[in-house]
Design a protein around this ligand. Structure first.
Ligand code: SPD
Length: 279
């Protein structure tokens, strides 16, 4: 196989990767799931022909979604990951020995199955005894969770279209605020400032209505649309989000205390996206 796989990231912008093999392609009740071998970025997981993760740059996304929230939380013992069936955030959360329970609420059990078989460097921690896998709607899972039942919630959502749209709305953040214990922290992926400035502003406004402390930070993920990627973070309590309070006990490849602090420095064009919303 020597074909080019292409994602239409937005009208007028495409990403093409040369593929040397198709490892698996199947249709689940929710979406088309495929794993390709790419010439440049290792294995690629695509859902409905959109990049979810690649072996070459997944560490940036998963470390940067996970460690700022784990660092800011008062006592991260119980963690909920909404989405994230590839297991990348689970792997990062499991780097903290104090964590007792990691619930993975993933809509599509077939994504978990495919990643276990084809992406072991990402999915390898799904077998950790602290991990509890709940296949089903993450929004419903959170709504049914008792108040104060989690210390950290990570929203590892796909793009905000179709079934994932609910993961970017104020009602969902309200449920998250309720399900977090005092001192708890939520972090969510919020897309690129080059392509989704309106979404970033909307999420920041919604979070500020539900949480006393809210922040925005960024990292570079080459295979995601726009490459510069944002994460929104919110805490139930008073905390300086840019200051590192705790570190993972296993190595990281992107996150460091220095990178953590720097990630909260927003370029003026990103700040400007928030101004129309009065932020
Ligand atoms: N356009 C890509 C956005 C994907 C965000 N979530 C990826 C899930 C990886 N665990």
């Amino acid at each position: 196989m020597n074909l080019w796989w292409t994602e239409e990231q937005t009208p007028g912008l495409r990403l093409s990767l040369r593929c040397t093999a198709l490892r698996e392609r199947r249709r689940s009740p929710y979406q088309d799931i495929a794993v390709y071998e790419t010439a440049q970025y290792g294995r690629l997981l695509a859902l409905d022909d959109m990049v979810m993760t690649t072996e070459a740059d997944e560490f940036v996304y998963h470390e940067m979604l996970t460690h700022p929230a784990m660092s800011a939380c008062a006592e991260p013992r119980r963690v909920l990951i909404v989405g994230g069936g590839d297991g990348g955030c689970v792997r990062e959360v499991c780097k903290y020995p104090a964590v007792q329970q990691v619930v993975l609420a993933e809509l599509d059990g077939e994504v978990i199955d495919v990643c276990r078989r084809h992406l072991p460097s990402i999915a390898g921690a799904l077998g950790d005894p602290r991990v509890q896998i709940e296949v089903g709607d993450g929004v419903a899972y959170l709504a049914a969770a008792p108040a104060g039942s989690f210390d950290v919630i990570l929203v590892d959502a796909p793009d905000p279209i179709g079934p994932a749209e609910g993961l970017f709305g104020e009602r969902f953040y309200g449920q998250a605020a309720r399900a977090l214990a005092p001192g708890g922290v939520l972090a969510a992926q919020t897309e690129s400032p080059f392509l989704h400035g309106d979404l970033i502003a909307r999420v920041q406004v919604a979070l500020r209505r539900q949480f006393p402390v809210v922040g925005l930070y960024w990292a570079v993920i080459p295979t995601y649309p726009g490459a510069m990627w944002t994460f929104s973070i919110a805490a139930q309590g008073t905390v300086d989000l840019a200051r590192v309070r705790r570190q993972p006990e296993a190595a990281t490849r992107y996150w460091t205390p220095e990178v953590h602090g720097a990630a909260f420095a927003l370029p003026p064009f990103v700040r400007a996206l928030l101004e129309p919303a009065g932020l």
